[in-house]
Write a protein that binds this ligand. Sequence first.
Ligand code: DOR
Length: 428
Amino acid sequence: MAGLLIKNGRVVDPASNLDAVRDVLIENGKIKKVGVRVKGVGVRVIDAKGKLVLPGLIDMHTHLRDPGRPDKETIASGTRAAAKGGFTTVCCMANTEPAIDNPAVVKYVSDTAKSDGIVNVFPIAAVTKGLKGEKLAEMGLMLEAGAVAFSDDGQPLMGSALMRKALEYARQFSVPVISHCEDKGLSHNGSMNEGALSTAIGLPGFPALAEELMVARDTMLAAEFGQVHIAHVSSANSVELIRRAKRRGVPVTCETCPHYFSLTESAVKEYDTNAKVNPPLKTPKDLKAVIRGLRDGTIDAIATDHAPHNIEEKNIEFNSASFGMVGLETALALVLTKLVATKALTLKKAIEKMTVAPARILNLNKGTLKVGADADVIIVDPGAEWTVTPSQFASKSRNTPFSGWKLKGQVIYTIVAGKIVVRDGKLL
Ligand code: DOR
């Protein structure tokens, strides 16, 4: 494979505290040099003047629906959506059919990613058999088979004793349990945030407390028994609970998703099922608290919770529709438009939350442009404005509430282990 020389781009590598115009030389799938006036012999040169050169993004929370739901997504289509969105690594959740709850399914995902995928895929294994919240899955064996963390995401672990055991077990391997915080008794049949709006439009409420109670429980359990990572944080009280736990030294990390800092519950006012997510979109006060949490470091990472669903599960009555929205192809532009352009976060901080932060949480040797690192790199045109057009998604699903939105920041190149997989914004 010929080398690549990316010249004159604004290189932002939070892991090495770098934000400057530099050249990046890639050889044999690795970062060979980052500097000024770098020369390469027999390499292909890309002029990145006026563009951002970033470590490939890492999504620590993706639903690839493989095995089992090729109508919604496959590893082939999901990794293409990832590449288009600037993600060179995705960590895929275990709520597949069958679930990723034994070493054979972990191996199926890894093998299929190698044969059909175009970005790196790391499976997250189920905590319990069949995500039923009853018996622990074969956690150690699944790590040996290549899983990087544990989660029953999509379902909470309602049993506190079971959560304790999972944390204790995962701690032996220095990996986190990723918690989908939802008290099922409280969320019950709710389909949107409980409050004045749910009452006014007649939809059953899913109270913020359903998330917050479990954040409180899991941070308390983590203080005693192991390392917890809270998935998709959406509420002001959750952010505050995590902030206080971190101050006490509790081993807790967390993520939020672009929809929680880009939308509020009013997005479901016209019964748009594409804005129906779990946890539900909340109030402007919650949105502000999420942004404050990102700013002060309470929220470590930004993940997509890419949750593809087909039209049969979305184009129906609100209460019956599935929770979730696709996110891989809009996440970076939402971050650039809603957080960086508004100066809520510096570019370096924002990129940190999509690269080295998830890499650290999941012990992945990725997310940086340091010499010797895997050459997972993206080139982004920060000024390019584009309109979200779901029919152009590489994902098999179209369930986004951002259709028609004008966003800033377009991925021009995606490079995985030195190989170009997206050029001029198009999949190769
Ligand atoms: O909205 C969601 N969709 N939240 C989850 O936790 C699960 C996900 C899914 O799998 O569809």
